[in-house]
Design a binder for this molecule. Structure first.
Ligand SMILES: Nc1ncnc2c1ncn2[C@@H]1O[C@H](COP(=O)(O)OP(=O)(O)O)[C@@H](O)[C@H]1O
Ligand SMILES: [Mg+2]
Length: 387
């Protein structure tokens, strides 16, 4: 890769050639050259430090990228963005489509599929379901519904499940923004992505927008790269627009790293409600074991309570995995010609012995990080003296 100015000069050359090809009607080759030019401007962008130059290069890259997109199949499509960093996928990244970015569905998972977390379910009912189902009452008492909610807690303990279930329980469309595409490092694409999520939601009668693993896009602005700052700003702007527009729209987000999130996102009107999704206690673990056993042949000697007792600090995801691995044991035997027997207590125990709980290391990290940011009062559930 050359210097930023060499790259920009090359980009100009390609852009001009692309324009000539377009004028002569050779749309396919024009499209390819526009993409090349866009990519070069984008490379130049990532190497430039001057703010004004950077934003020019970025604008040019985006402009050329949308020209390329418009040439694709005739119709103008989503005018995504351009890649932030050099990347092996070359210039053929024109495949960014609406559907990659925003997913709209009515979830199948409900509260009954989630083991334990009864207090959280009640909190969700108050914060999400009743404001939708008893809108008039809320208005009558001057209670403003619709603050954004941030679900946080250790990984694998049901945050994503809970968000889906909340949408199902109140019959709302569930619009989830795929974090993987939002952090795709496509300059400009992330903001459009967010905007599009809100637009899609406004077309629904009732919707929940869900930003999963929001820490990956909404880190503290002071520490993050440019593009992440713009993402946070766009998110803030969109959220500030929500309640004035009286949309039947709620915004949810989830994170395993609440301490890493820009605190501006937690101001009133934004994600001002924090809901802690804890690791399952002994009753919840028993419930999760039972849920995972429902569709499997279980021997009579299996005692769910005692399995729950020996799995302290295991997450719901750990327990699901334990059940899957335990089922693999008799399955493997049967595949080798043995009798297709039920899953036994000893199968569960041998899997648990080999598997470490995943929650402890998360608490250790949580404690160090929260002490660093000084927000021990905000995330008091995570602060543990013994760690
Ligand atoms: N409370 C729970 N009840 C039932 N299954 C759970 C629970 N918590 C986690 N799981 C299992 O773990 C998986 C991961 O859960 P998920 O909601 O994605 O966790 P998170 O978003 O908190 O990381 C789920 O698909 C489910 O199989
Ligand atoms: Mg999740």
């Amino acid at each position: 890769m050359g210097s930023a100015s060499t790259l920009a000069a090359q980009a100009r050359g390609y852009a001009k050639a692309a324009k000539d090809l377009e004028d002569s009607g050779d749309n396919e080759r024009a499209r390819q050259l526009y993409l090349k030019a866009a990519k070069l401007y984008n490379d130049a962008y990532s190497m430039t430090h001057d703010d004004i130059d950077r934003s020019t290069q970025r604008d040019l890259a985006e402009h050329l990228f949308s020209k390329a997109q418009a040439l694709k199949g005739g119709a103008a499509q989503y005018s995504g963005g351009v890649k932030d960093k050099d990347n092996s996928s070359g210039t053929d990244e024109s495949s960014l489509s609406k559907d990659d970015l925003v997913l709209k569905e009515i979830p199948k998972i409900g509260f009954s599929d989630i083991g334990g977390l009864e207090n959280v379910k009640e909190e969700i009912r108050k914060a999400i379901i009743y404001p939708f189902s008893h809108k008039e009452l809320y208005q009558m008492y001057g209670q403003k519904a619709g603050e954004g909610i941030l679900l946080y807690g250790p990984p694998g303990c049901g945050k994503t499940m809970m968000a889906k279930a909340a949408a199902k329980e109140c019959g709302a469309d569930f619009i989830s923004v795929k974090t993987s595409s939002i952090v795709s490092k496509w300059v400009g694409a992330s903001e459009k992505n967010i905007k599009q999520a809100f637009e899609t939601a406004r077309q629904s009668k009732k919707a929940i927008i869900f930003f999963d693993e929001i820490d990956s896009v909404a880190g503290r602005r002071s520490e993050s790269e440019d593009y992440a700052k713009r993402v946070v700003n766009e998110l803030l702007a969109q959220m500030d627009g929500v309640d004035t527009a009286d949309d039947d729209l709620l915004v949810l987000a989830a994170t395993n790293e609440p301490w890493a999130i820009d605190s501006a996102l937690r101001r009133p009107g934004r994600f001002s409600k924090l809901v802690f999704i804890s690791e399952p206690d002994v009753d919840a673990r028993a419930a999760i074991f039972s849920l995972n056993m429902e569709k499997r042949p279980i021997s009579e000697d299996v005692d769910v309570r005692s399995l729950a007792k020996i799995t302290e600090s295991y997450s719901g995801a750990d327990i699901s995995a334990i059940c899957k691995e335990a089922a693999d044991i008799p399955l493997g035997e049967a595949l080798k010609g043995g009798e297709a027997r039920n899953i036994e207590m000893s199968d569960f125990k041998s899997v648990i012995e080999k598997r470490k709980p995943s929650i402890l290391s998360w608490y250790i990290e949580a404690n160090t990080s929260i002490k660093k940011t000084g927000e021990t009062d905000v995330f008091s559930e995570l602060v543990r003296e013994e760690i």
